[in-house]
Design a protein around this ligand. Sequence first.
Ligand SMILES: [Zn+2]
Length: 365
Amino acid sequence: MDVVVAGAHEVRARVKSTGWRDFVVCRRLKCEPDTLPREAPNQHDVVHDDHELASDLDLVVTLPQVLSQRRRSQCEKLRLRFELVERDADLAKIKQRYLSDKELAFVDLEREFNATTDAVVIRLQHQPAWSNVRYVAVIDGRGAKQNRVWFSRWHEIAHLLAEPQIKFVFRRTQAFKREPVERLMDQIAGALAFYEPLFLPSLRRAEIDLARPTLRSLVTFATTACSHASLQATLMAALRHIERPAILIEAKPGLKTSERTAEARRRSRAQPKLRAISTGHNNAALRSRIFVHRNMRVPGDSVIAKVFAGEAHLEFVPHTECLSWWEESGGERLARQPVVVEAMSAGENRVLALCLPEYGETKRS
Ligand SMILES: [Zn+2]
């Protein structure tokens, strides 16, 4: 898939040219939606809304039809509109609007959304041929789902890019994705949402020291420049650009697999312990074979456990620790590796931590 960053003039040139496929991502400042090429209105769709235009990092995404001179007339176009649900009343309004256009798939809209539904995509059936909307993605942004709106949009874009010819009428996207295709869409969405040629310069503009970042600097960046994405997603994206091995740990109370199985069979009721319920490693960490495995128990001496226990004064304070403190459920310990760990409380019962291996140097005080 080609992804092109372009200014308005370049967008025009490329839309006209025959060789341009896939889509363009433009920086907002270089290419406002109203400066997009007017002379070829059916050859692209602009996906944007006012929320996304709010910050410097925001992207305007144009999704032109997959162009080839030969197939231009019958080419699939990506015609997607987003409807964001911020409060319950929005659902009824959206439903009414489309029902009045005879789009009957909207009739059960309120019931389609439950606690685990992130988005519903409906293929419109009664739009005139000239309409530039064929799909409507209704994204649930109520309550805690607000953090996932940015990502949910990209997930739906990924679907339409990857499977544009599928003639579905209705599709639901769940928060917990088991099917391989759903997980693949998440991966594509991750690559699109934090598209490197835009994301890396914004990290640099924020003066993040990619050789030795602090958790605080990354969190400040995430909450100011990337407020549309969830904190953890932004930290994971930043991790990829850190120029040394780096691990992001999400710690929460949880059971080990055998305990979960036993509990499922009602054989025992184990006490949840603080565990690394998710871990992310950048390529440098993978190359150096430095891992903290998912679901490992957090060592009691680690600053992660202390911040979890409520020692707020230790938040964002770098602590030198050793990975050999971490023990597998079989009793085996991780290899000796000094690390600097910073932890922060991230909501109820949840701690996020950045773990950077030390190589003997102690620049940080
Ligand atoms: Zn999906």
